[in-house]
Design a binder for this molecule. Structure first.
Ligand SMILES: C/C(=C\Cc1cc(O)c2ccccc2c1O)CCC[C@H](C)CCC[C@H](C)CCCC(C)C
Ligand SMILES: C[S@@+](CC[C@H](N)C(=O)[O-])C[C@H]1O[C@@H](n2cnc3c(N)ncnc32)[C@H](O)[C@@H]1O
Length: 262
């Protein structure tokens, strides 16, 4: 909240175009892939600061866990899908070091611009091994069996065709390697769902409103409701060909992380 009061992040005004449907029905705003692309371009300038603020810094802990679960190690060639402003890619580069290689892929040019500027501000040599690539999670521009590990933070829920994205991850991973997918947990426990919805309605959306981003943060709630439970995520991975899949609940079931091995 202090950042808000001190004005460290500033409100942005939307100047992009929405489809005719999106004006009349809120849930339609972000139904198709290119409307989601517009949404993530819009929130890019404030995304990092709002995540720190809304999660009270905890998203850094969750992201560290996701990277550890990926099994990335020194010298590895790794991919961060839906990398956004690059948090997981930066953590991965610390694991693989300057002898490794990190690809950060996203379809939002504005998020990638933030990621690249953050990279320029960082001095450690490991950060130089990151390359940012504009691309779609459902059609990866990589050869088969290329990566030693893949991470995805708050990405899969936002991808329209999750089956295809999961199959793409399977295709580009080396046999025996892992994908680690962090996101909000779509819980089976009604108390957890109630608390998540309450937080979003009473904290997240009001804060988003201050920045002219109410609809973007309302989308968050609908996207969690439309996401998969831990069990469903495990099934999705197994059906895509992964040999094992395990979903872990984090922070009282607020968040979840799927770990699947090819
Ligand atoms: C990491 C966070 C948000 C990522 C994020 C993901 C999306 O898909 C978006 C889509 C559209 C707009 C924005 C986003 C977006 O920012 C921050 C999440 C914060 C949580 C909403 C609140 C977490 C509350 C607590 C600190 C957790 C406490 C758990 C307790 C133990 C019960
Ligand atoms: C909530 S952000 C997460 C960013 C980052 N991984 C993090 O944890 O902070 C979701 C990201 O997924 C990207 N995204 C959504 N669908 C995508 C797709 N089909 N292909 C590539 N990127 C996508 C968005 O552009 C956005 O940057």
């Amino acid at each position: 909240m202090a950042a808000l009061v001190l004005g460290i992040v500033s409100p942005v005004t939307f100047t992009g175009k929405l489809s005719p449907n999106s004006r009349s029905r809120r849930r339609m705003v972000v139904k198709c892939s290119n409307e989601r692309q517009i949404l993530f371009n819009r929130i890019a300038p404030v995304y990092d600061n709002l995540n720190d603020l809304l999660s009270l810094g905890q998203h850094r802990i969750w992201k560290n866990m996701a990277v550890s679960w990926s099994g990335a190690k020194t010298g590895d060639n790794v991919l961060d899908m839906c990398c956004g402003s690059g948090d997981l890619a930066f953590l991965l580069s610390e694991k693989v070091g300057s002898t490794g290689k990190v690809m950060g892929l996203d379809f939002s040019s504005e998020q990638l611009a933030v990621a690249a500027s953050r990279q320029n501000l960082r001095a450690r040599s490991c950060y130089k091994c990151i390359e940012w690539i504009e691309g779609d999670a459902v059609d990866l521009p990589f050869d088969d069996c290329k990566f030693d590990a893949i991470t995805m933070g708050y990405g899969l829920r936002n991808v329209v065709d999750r089956v295809r994205a999961m199959k793409e991850m399977y295709r580009v991973l080396k046999p025996g390697s892992r994908v680690s997918i962090l996101d909000f947990n779509k819980s089976n426990q009604s108390v957890t769902t109630f608390m998540q919805d309450w937080m979003i309605d009473n904290v997240v959306v009001p804060v988003g409103t201050v920045y002219g981003l109410a609809k973007e943060f309302e989308y968050l709630k609908y996207s969690i409701n439309g996401y998969l439970t831990g069990e469903e995520l495990e099934t999705l991975a197994l059906e895509a060909g992964f040999s094992s899949a395990c979903h872990y609940e984090i922070s009282g079931g607020f968040m979840g992380n799927l770990v699947a091995e090819r």
